[in-house]
Write a protein that binds this ligand. Structure first.
Ligand SMILES: [Zn+2]
Ligand SMILES: [Zn+2]
Length: 118
C-alpha cells in the first residue's frame, strides 16, 4: 500500500501573490498562478484518450492570470476558477504535491529525475 498522502492543512488565499500550501507532514509548497493554470489537468487542457491538444505554455497563459476563487473537492483535490473563465481542472493533492510544487526542495528533486515521457 502506498504511504498515506499528505493533505493540505493550510491553503493561502487567491489574493496572495503566489499560492502557498502547508501540508499535514509540515512541507510548505508554493506555486505561481501562471504555472498552476498552465498545468491545468482537465481534459480540455491536457487531452484524454484520442485527443491531444497542444500543450499550454507561458505563450498561451499570461503572467497576470489569477484564480478568482478556489475550493476543495472532496478530500482529494482543489479546484480553481480562473480569470480566463476556465474552471474544469481538478488539482489533486497528489498533483499539487508531487508534480507542481515549486519549492526549492521539490524543484531540485524533480530535476534530478529523468524527465517523464509524455
Ligand atoms: Zn483545463
Ligand atoms: Zn515542495
Amino acid at each position: 500500500m502506498a504511504p498515506k498522502m499528505p493533505t493540505p492543512v493550510q491553503v493561502g488565499s487567491v489574493t496572495d501573490k503566489q499560492l502557498t500550501i502547508t501540508w499535514s507532514d509540515g512541507h510548505r509548497s508554493n506555486y505561481s498562478w501562471q504555472n498552476l493554470r498552465i498545468n491545468c489537468p482537465c481534459a480540455a487542457c491536457r487531452g484524454e484518450f484520442g485527443y491531444r491538444p497542444p500543450r499550454l505554455t507561458a505563450q498561451n497563459i499570461p503572467p497576470t492570470i489569477r484564480a478568482m476563487s478556489m475550493g476543495r473537492v472532496g478530500a482529494y483535490a482543489l479546484r480553481f476558477s480562473w480569470s480566463d473563465n476556465h474552471d474544469t481542472g481538478l488539482y489533486t493533492f497528489n498533483l499539487l504535491r508531487n508534480e507542481l510544487c515549486e519549492c526549492e526542495e521539490c524543484v531540485r528533486s524533480r530535476s534530478a529525475q529523468a524527465p517523464a515521457s509524455d
